[in-house]
Design a protein around this ligand. Structure first.
Ligand SMILES: [Zn+2]
Length: 152
């Protein structure tokens, strides 16, 4: 079962206004609707807390929205207010809105920019290939390489 409640709409609007990088979504031409679903959705064996869908052009005759954000209460009921806000932030990061484009080019779903294993992130941080490790130390690849070169 799917349903709407004012609290989820308010959470979405608050998060859009709170975070500067989301402020552009505070635009009547980018119509985001929010709904609950009582399922405990899973994907590839993992809990899905929420998702964001782009409304296809042909459905806009019937749905007055550009994006639908669904919170799955079967999984979100254990989350506190802080985590629900973070979840809403995550979902709003998927909303791609380009006001200067025409038609459906104005809207897209922004994919995740991180895909990794939990154990890798736990060990070496999220930016383990290019950035600093999670301890904040600068990578010392160059130093290590030059030491190796001196030794050989
Ligand atoms: Zn996501």
């Amino acid at each position: 079962m799917y349903w709407q409640e004012d609290d989820l709409d308010a959470l979405g609007k608050n998060v859009i206004q709170k975070y500067k990088e989301l402020n552009a979504l505070d635009d009547p031409d980018c119509r985001i609707v929010y709904q609950y679903c009582d399922k405990a959705k899973k994907s590839n064996g993992l809990e899905v807390f929420a998702d964001t869908e782009l409304v296809k052009e042909k459905l806009k005759l019937f749905i007055e929205a550009d994006f639908i954000i669904t919170f799955y209460t079967g999984n979100t009921e254990a989350l506190d207010a802080d985590r629900l806000e973070k979840l809403m932030y995550h979902e709003l990061c998927h909303v791609g809105y380009n006001p200067s484009a025409d038609g459906m080019a104005r809207f897209c779903i922004i994919p995740h920019d991180v895909e990794d294993f939990r154990s890798v992130i736990d060990k070496w941080g999220i930016d383990w290939v290019k950035g600093d490790d999670k301890t904040g130390r600068k990578r010392t690849t160059k130093t290590r390489r030059s030491k190796v070169q001196k030794q050989t």
